[in-house]
Write a protein that binds this ligand. Structure first.
Ligand code: ZN
Ligand code: ZN
Length: 260
């Protein structure tokens, strides 16, 4: 399997996963052009992408899914709850490009997808485990807490893409209005660096060797702080291989490509 992040953060999220001739985008909070140019870095033609998995309706995850379905003819895999909560700016998704998913496993070509519930201020938010060629990866961002459904499903992932949204000190002492701070810190907000580091250590204890941190806040985090928080936790716990392989996804630029 191959994975990379095209962009990750509140300005737009789009991840890519591929096994053989099956490939999916996870979310599309970017313009069609931005997705095309992100994919082109690794010589991937958007025509070869099978479809788009949608985690939840927030615009940083869905801005481009209408265009993906209409212009690029991609199938959109989405729960009914998320679909009905989509911002109107997404536009119409043609019926034949709409594939409703439930909270149960399904397959797209070679890829086996298992959704799991997250805790986020959205209608029906999900993360995904994706398996192919005997390997397992997971994507878990936009969650205020580490849910039981999450740990149950992601245990044993070979590669994990997890949220490391904010540094608690920067958020608490930063310029965000109190209501927004409360929202981010709530059980339905976003995962702070410290929780990401605990999750990373737990994943490593279950065999995960490669971890990428994503969905970093522009205001309340830096790549360096997020990286060091989890690096130190993994190193202290003795998970040196996972520490060595740790990567932070940029908010705006494609990450390195991960071979799993
Ligand atoms: Zn988001
Ligand atoms: Zn969100």
């Amino acid at each position: 399997m191959k994975f990379f992040s095209i962009a990750s953060g509140s300005s737009g999220n789009c991840l890519y996963v591929q096994d053989g001739n099956s490939s999916l985008l996870i979310d599309c909070g970017l313009s069609g052009k931005a997705v095309e140019s992100g994919l082109s870095i690794y010589n991937i033609d958007i025509a070869d992408v099978t479809g788009v998995l949608v985690t939840h309706e927030h615009i940083d995850h869905t801005k481009g899914i209408g265009v993906m379905s209409r212009k690029y003819k991609k199938t959109i895999y989405i729960t009914p709850g998320t679909y009905h909560a989509l911002p109107t700016s997404v536009g119409v998704i043609p019926q034949d490009k709409l594939c409703f998913i439930q909270n149960t496993q399904f397959t797209v070509g070679n890829l086996r997808v298992t959704p799991f519930e997250l805790s986020h201020d959205a209608c029906d938010p999900h993360g995904f485990v994706i398996e192919g060629s005997g390997k397992k990866i997971c994507v878990a961002t936009d969650t205020g807490i580490i849910t039981q459904a999450m740990t149950h499903t992601i245990a044993g992932s070979d590669f994990a893409f997890i949220e490391s949204n904010h540094d608690l000190h920067m958020l608490k002492h930063g310029a965000y209005p109190p209501e927004l701070k409360r929202r981010i810190l709530s059980d339905y907000g976003h995962l702070p660096n410290t929780d990401a580091s605990h999750l990373a250590v737990w994943l490593a204890s279950k065999g995960t060797k490669k971890i990428m941190l994503g969905h970093l806040s522009a205001e309340n985090n830096t790549e360096e702080i997020a990286y060091n928080t989890t690096l130190n936790a993994l190193s202290r716990a003795g998970f040196l291989e996972a520490a060595k392989n740790l990567i932070v996804a940029s908010r705006h630029f494609p990450s390195t490509i991960i071979e799993i």
